[in-house]
Design a protein. Structure first.
Length: 143
């Protein structure tokens, strides 16, 4: 199950991501927002963070205008490793090295085609389980 969240700046791209997940039969839960009325991105970052930390959802995808504010809000929650990705290489590396559990996208930054490649890469790349990467993640979590 993938947890989805966005603010008004990410709403249009989140709708495209929903279509994309549905086409692939990937289950998701949409924590809002549900239209383009102005809202506050920390609200949706928190809902997605809680869903990932509780185990209800294995990963999350958050979208705001830039991906930046919503990633900062999500990363306030211990155990959340939210990564802003602007290309598939970053999506691949943040899964391999950081075991990122939340992908953050900017609705004003990436187009639909690129965004879907980023989403696919993020969702299909497994953590490397490399010893040095595990140690570094533990250092983040235990700080
Ligand atoms: C909203 O205008 C915008 O600030 C928000 O979507 C996000 O990009 C913040 O980082």
């Amino acid at each position: 199950m993938i947890a989805l969240g966005c603010d008004h700046g990410g709403f249009a791209l989140k709708q495209e991501i929903i279509k994309h997940l549905e086409e692939q039969g990937i289950a998701y839960r949409d924590f809002g927002c549900y239209d383009e009325s102005s809202v506050h991105y920390p609200v949706y970052a928190k809902e997605v963070a809680k869903a990932v930390l509780s185990g209800e959802c294995e990963k999350g995808i958050l979208v705001c205008s830039t991906g930046l504010g919503i990633s900062m809000a999500a990363n306030r929650f211990a155990g959340i490793r939210a990564a802003v990705c602007t290309d598939p290489f970053c999506a691949k590396m943040t899964r391999l090295h950081n075991d990122a559990n939340v992908l953050c996208l900017g609705g004003l930054v990436v187009g639909k085609g690129l965004a879907m490649e980023i989403v696919d890469t993020f969702l299909t790349t497994e953590f490397s389980n490399g010893e040095r990467h595990i140690k570094r993640i533990q250092m983040i979590e235990n700080d």
